[in-house]
Design a protein around this ligand. Structure first.
Ligand code: ADP
Ligand code: ZN
Length: 526
């Protein structure tokens, strides 16, 4: 290729206009296209909806040969190919859903270069047959989509992705572009390392989604709060509600339907045909809610999703960001809403403790959960906190719950000391419910049986409601002062970090418990 820079840039723009019908590149697209089209490797971090596809589609059209797109999303390949054919790009896919004859036909087109782009699943690419096909063909580039699947610490890990490093060894002269919407430092480093993209130029877009309003409320009766939220702020809108378990998905969908909100369920335990039907309906219809486990959503492109709700705490900020990122892809105002409570913290910690993972992996999971808890408990702007996690500095956004209604914080050292002392006085052998009963001076059989009404701490917390104490306990766990021992009837235990607080050497700032209020419709101007 003898392109000068200016030439290439003009040709790229020409393809953008004449093939895709867009007048201008968005964000860093233009730069990325030029870099890859002229043979450079790239690592592209761009939020969902940012326009990653054009970053490899246009270079594939500008360069000689066939562009190979590696994607784990077999179910979406047909749609992607259809969309390309619609604008006149010659595209096809190779995956396990097609007949041998059909695959042979596509392979022939690849070998003769009568095609511009071919989508393949990673496990297919690794077959001897496929590698030999590409050896014998002219390949313009390799695009590795959803590149975070290479990360062993991530929630979408695919072992086949690790083996993609052989592309570099086998096809050293073919440019590679890896793309992902997951961008924390660790994942970024892992992609660069495992895909041998250390030398690749990195293009990092802003991860801010200014049209999404973030709010995280204290969970009282989650389902009822969800209903109030949807009815109050998003009546008639389409949205996604995420739950942790399949059972809860089904119960929540039923509950919404009983209360006049059109809802469907989606989880991996459902029959494939039913799942596919529900997904198709969700994409097609308006005024519809999908209640789902996180099995739902990767690659879903429904522009008018107006809200994404979480009834359970996600495991990490990456997960939260990806899931909430499915809201407002059309740029219009959208909400990310979550209800979060003591049980969420206890449950997620337990899932880590009880997982089969080794100690190192558990520590990573635990750090990711801590960051997520930090976002839930923060007293400052949620968006600032979120972007900070991805290494992006910003100021208060004015479009999240903590900016709009600043949470009231207070010096919680005294109540936390009371809580910690009570846990200590009952020999760290009782669960949260009992500890709170002792604090509030309740009369229960268990208190009498254990003579806990004789303790000096009995009733020292009578001035606060049970809900308030649960909020304080939740924060003490989130702050790492208290742990829940799942091997011993969920009894509360003090950590080393509790000591300076108990001794009065360290103060603790807490969020004031706020009674759930009925939500008002957000103003759409920003
Ligand atoms: P991602 O893969 O990053 O989630 P897509 O590549 O699916 O994003 O693009 C998201 C949407 O934005 C698509 O509907 C696409 O057609 C549109 N889009 C991408 N680039 C541009 C552009 N330069 N101008 C206008 N629309 C664009
Ligand atoms: Zn904010």
């Amino acid at each position: 290729v003898t392109d000068t820079g200016a030439d290439l840039s003009a040709r790229a723009l020409h393809v953008l206009e004449t093939v895709f019908g867009y007048p201008a590149f968005r964000g860093q697209q233009g730069e990325i296209v030029e870099h890859v089209a002229s043979g450079g490797d790239a690592l592209v971090l761009m939020p969902t909806g940012g326009g990653k596809s054009l970053c490899y589609q246009i270079p594939a059209l500008l360069r000689d040969g066939v562009g190979v797109v590696i994607s784990p999303l077999i179910a979406l390949m047909q749609d992607q190919v259809d969309a390309l054919e619609e604008v006149g790009v010659r595209a096809a896919f190779l995956n396990s859903t097609q007949t041998f004859e059909e695959a042979m036909r596509i392979e022939r087109l690849v070998r003769t270069g009568e095609i511009d782009l071919v989508y393949v699943a990673p496990e297919r690419l690794m077959t001897q047959r496929c590698l030999e096909l590409f050896d014998a063909s002219k390949i313009s580039l390799f695009a590795i989509d959803e590149a975070h699947c290479v990360s062993q610490w991530g929630h979408d890990f695919r072992p086949e992705y690790i083996r993609l490093s052989i592309l570099h060894e086998r096809f050293p002269n073919v440019p590679r572009i890896a793309l992902t919407a997951t961008a924390d430092q660790q994942t970024r480093a892992e992609i660069a390392l495992r895909l041998q993209l250390g030398e690749a130029r990195q293009f990092v877009s802003s991860f801010d989604r200014p049209n999404i309003r973030y709010s995280i409320v204290e969970k009282a009766n989650g389902r009822k709060q969800l209903l109030d939220f949807i009815a109050g702020e998003h009546s008639g809108d389409s949205g996604i509600v995420y739950c942790l378990s399949r059972k809860k998905v089904e119960e929540t969908a039923d509950f919404l339907n009983e209360n006049g909100i059109r809802a469907m369920a989606y989880h991996a335990g459902m029959e494939y045909a039913v799942r596919a039907k529900n997904q198709a309906r969700f994409l097609r219809e308006e005024n519809i809610v999908m209640v789902a486990t996180i099995a739902f959503g990767m690659g879903i492109d429904k522009p008018d999703v107006r809200f994404v709700c979480h009834l359970d705490l996600p495991k990490s900020i990456e997960g939260y960001y990806q899931e909430t990122g499915r809201a407002g892809r059309d740029g219009g105002p959208a909400s990310a809403w979550m209800a979060y409570g003591l049980q969420d913290v206890v449950l997620q910690r337990r899932m880590i403790d009880e997982s089969e993972a080794d100690e190192t992996f558990k520590r990573v999971l635990s750090m990711k959960l801590d960051a997520m808890l930090g976002l839930c408990e923060t007293l400052s702007c949620r968006r600032m906190r979120l972007l900070d996690y991805f290494g992006e500095r910003s100021g208060p956004c004015g479009n999240c719950d903590t900016c709009l209604i600043p949470p009231v914080s207070f010096d919680g050292s005294v109540p936390v000391q009371k809580l910690l002392s009570t846990i200590y006085r009952v020999d760290q052998r009782f669960a949260g419910g009992h500890v709170i009963d002792v604090l509030r001076g309740a009369t229960t059989e268990r208190i009498t049986q254990w003579h806990h009404d004789k303790l000096t701490v009995y009733g020292v917390g009578a001035d606060r409601s049970e809900q308030e104490w649960r909020a304080i306990l939740r924060q003490a766990i989130a702050l790492g002062l208290v742990t829940v021992d799942h091997d011993a009837f969920s009894s509360l235990k003090l950590t080393d970090a509790a000591r300076p607080v108990l001794k009065g050497e360290q103060t603790v700032q807490l969020r004031q418990y706020q009674k759930p209020v009925k939500a008002k419709r957000p103003s759409t101007s920003r």
